[in-house]
Design a protein. Structure first.
Length: 94
């Protein structure tokens, strides 16, 4: 059974760059193994998905925190999942 332990959502919007992107980051435990799942792309389009297997929960937390900081540094803003879903109108979680 898959259990989402943490989830952070980010959004980047720039009229000047014609950019409207999202980034959803999760720490997931499945069958006693941890992984970090990133779903990202342009609002309104099907997301790309990248799964990173982790050695432990500590390792997963490190990757999760590092990626979140990278997004903030690049100009993304933290947001709620509901905001992304309202903008996108598409459910892409199984």
């Amino acid at each position: 059974m898959k259990e989402v332990l943490q989830r952070d959502c980010y959004i980047y919007s720039s009229e000047r760059e014609n950019s409207n992107k999202f980034y959803i980051l999760e720490v997931v435990k499945e069958f006693n193994q941890y992984k970090v799942i990133a779903r990202y792309g342009r609002i309104g389009r099907k997301p790309a998905v990248k799964e990173t297997p982790c050695r432990s929960k500590y390792h997963a937390d490190e990757i999760f925190t590092k990626k979140g900081r990278e997004k903030i540094t690049k100009g993304y803003m933290y947001t709620e999942l509901e905001t992304i879903m309202a903008l996108d109108g598409t459910q892409f979680f199984g």
